[in-house]
Design a protein around this ligand. Structure first.
Ligand code: ATP
Length: 236
């Protein structure tokens, strides 16, 4: 892989200490190239959420190494000073529930992140509209979240995850509440966006509908990942 994308080596996470310690990640290796969408699959308690939280700089790993592009962000300790800026600028999150802010309209829900990063309001809204257009939901730009269908809300949430053009997107069960057709639409969008913006995307999922679409899958069991070729059947 080139210097871009995300790479994890020997990542460990221990919760607690002594007799009650839980080793949730026991040396995870993973790499996702720019433009690639990989699946992360594993049974309950296998460490998926822990891995996403470490990748998203939401919790501290215990040991290992993480590289984002050419930058080492963690090497037995964080190597970036401002973790908030890392989360805001380098990592996009897409969750199972869209978690849109109910009192902001669609455009401002998406524009909020660049605004928080100091981008002028007009420019932030223009960025938001560009993505809403790419996701074919621009006709709802002035609507409030409660006025949208579930699929539209999820597309707005994807726009929000992408608006700062992060090199990495972490998607946690992004299709769980959607029917087959909408789930495929979300996967198609994530793949298109990955290619268009050179984003590395990791999708945690149990969703049997979308698992065959991945070209590569990481299985996590008991805190250890194993890579497998997926069916890569596409998503039409
Ligand atoms: N804050 C915590 N303190 C102690 N142990 C934890 C904590 N969070 C998770 N664990 C433990 O770490 C292990 C991995 O949990 P994790 O939530 O990462 O699994 P998961 O694969 O996301 O599970 P699920 O699919 O059920 O959400 C489990 O044994 C869990 O009990």
């Amino acid at each position: 892989m080139s210097g871009k994308g995300i790479r994890i080596e020997g990542l460990r996470k221990r919760y607690g200490e002594g007799d009650t310690a839980v080793d949730a990640l026991k040396g995870v290796d993973m790499q996702v190239a720019p433009g690639e969408v990989v699946g992360l699959i594993g049974p309950s308690g296998s460490g998926k959420s822990t891995l996403l939280k470490c990748l998203g700089a939401v919790i501290d790993p215990t040991a290992g190494r993480m590289t984002l592009g050419d930058e080492v962000i963690y090497d037995d300790g964080w190597r970036v000073r401002d973790l908030r800026a890392l989360r805001r600028d380098k990592i996009g999150f897409v969750f199972q529930a869209p978690y849109l802010i109910p009192f902001l309209d669609v455009t401002d829900n998406v524009a909020l992140l660049p605004m928080l990063a100091g981008v002028a309001n007009g420019e932030s809204r223009a960025k938001a509209l560009e993505l809403l257009t790419a996701l074919d939901v621009q006709h709802r730009a002035r609507a409030m979240p409660s006025q949208l269908s579930g699929g539209e809300q999820q597309r707005v949430a994807i726009a929000r995850g992408l608006v700062n053009r992060p090199p990495v997107i972490l998607a946690d069960e992004p299709t769980a509440p959607l029917d087959s057709e909408r789930a495929m639409a979300v996967i198609r969008i994530l793949n298109n966006m990955a290619r268009k913006f050179e984003t590395a995307i990791i999708v945690v999922t149990h969703d049997e509908k979308i698992i065959p679409t991945f070209k590569r899958i990481y299985h996590i069991r008991d805190g250890v990942t194993h890579e497998e070729a997926g069916e890569g059947r596409g998503f039409e």
